[in-house]
Design a protein around this ligand. Structure first.
Ligand code: 5GP
Ligand code: MN
Length: 317
């Protein structure tokens, strides 16, 4: 299905719920917030569905206070639910079991399961927000600074401030178009990155001090136990800034972070040039992109998870 066809489907709907993946990152939040505002501007009864509240470093986004974890399923009379930036059904941040309306899936994950009634997946888009920018144009919804701020945030977070290999000329062109709406890229950057609790820096220091190198220095291995989080008395929402620091080491190709969570282990994987981390993650039911993926491993200890995943990386690196 083309994006124009998706747009036409959306135009046929009136009451529209919009959601994303659980534990929303900047791309997920920015995409949902911008599409919701745009649909309201063209007269749709649009609202957002989220099981989680938004993290502190994204709470500067316009209307983000409406992402408070209170609306977890479609409201009565909803014609359609649009799911953004979410690769698989299990990770959708909405209860859809009893939903009889249309499900539209718009995403950029290589591992997308095509779980929607209508699906649009562009793996070349650096962020889902690139697709949403196009969609907003096709829908003829007027752009404004609030929408631009949300979309720009998505681009910044999913490209690591335009430094990852996924950023293309399209990404930069869209960014420059958004900047015309009088938004401050510097303020956005500060809100996202220079806004950490003191404990987060302490944690980062601890994790970096304990980082190990494996496979001839090609892999940086990090871990975060519940124990250290308890010691620092903190709840960790996002660790993508920590894992990416592993890639700063000379000679490293990949970085992996094992994090002890309730009921198992969350694994994050990143790579620089050739290691296909999506392939590694998919072996364990995870997924994502070629250079950034994740796995949720249930009922497993940190040590067991490390053994299994490191063995798999050894095959690929
Ligand atoms: P992160 O490591 O920052 O949590 O996620 C990196 C990428 O992998 C993101 O694109 C995210 O959507 C995807 N991802 C993270 N965790 C999982 C998971 O448990 N399952 C799947 N399929 N994808 C994941
Ligand atoms: Mn994304």
């Amino acid at each position: 299905m083309t994006l124009h066809e998706i747009a036409n489907k959306i135009l046929q709907m009136n009451k529209i719920g919009i959601t994303f993946h659980v534990s929303p990152d900047g791309d997920a939040a920015g995409s949902v917030l911008s599409l919701c505002q745009a649909l309201r501007k063209i007269g749709k009864e649009a609202y957002m569905i989220s099981k989680d509240a938004i993290s502190y470093n994204l709470s500067f986004l316009p209307f983000s206070n409406m992402l408070n974890g209170e609306c977890v399923k479609p409201k009565d009379g909803t014609d359609c639910v649009i799911i953004l930036d979410c690769g698989n059904k299990e990770r959708i941040s909405a209860e859809l079991d009893n939903f009889k309306g249309t499900v539209i899936n718009i995403d950029h994950h290589m591992s997308n399961d095509l779980y929607g009634d209508f699906n649009y997946v562009d793996v070349n888009a650096a962020a889902t927000a690139e697709i949403i920018y196009e969609l907003i144009n096709i829908l003829n919804a007027p752009m404004d600074s609030d929408i631009a701020r949300c979309l720009y945030t998505s681009l910044v977070t999913d490209t690591g401030s335009f430094r990852h290999s996924n950023a293309t000329t399209t990404t930069h062109i869209i960014a420059s178009e958004l900047l015309k709406f009088n938004i401050s890229h510097s303020d956005i950057h500060s809100n996202i990155f220079d806004n950490k609790p003191y404990e987060k820096l302490k944690l980062t220091g601890y994790v970096l001090s304990n980082t190990e190198l494996m496979f001839d220095g090609k892999l940086a291995v990090m871990e975060i136990s519940k124990d250290i989080l308890n010691k620092l008395n903190m709840i960790l929402d996002d660790s993508s800034d920590i894992i990416s620091q592993g890639l700063q080491i000379r000679g490293v190709e990949g970085s992996v972070l094992f994090r002890e969570v309730d009921g198992g282990v969350k694994v994050s994987l990143r790579s620089k040039k050739y290691l296909n981390v999506n392939k590694v993650a998919s072996v364990f039911g995870g997924g994502g992109h070629v250079r950034a993926s994740g796995i949720t491993m249930k009922d497993i200890s940190l040590e067991e998870a490390k053994k299994l995943v490191l063995n798999q990386i050894k095959e690929e690196i």
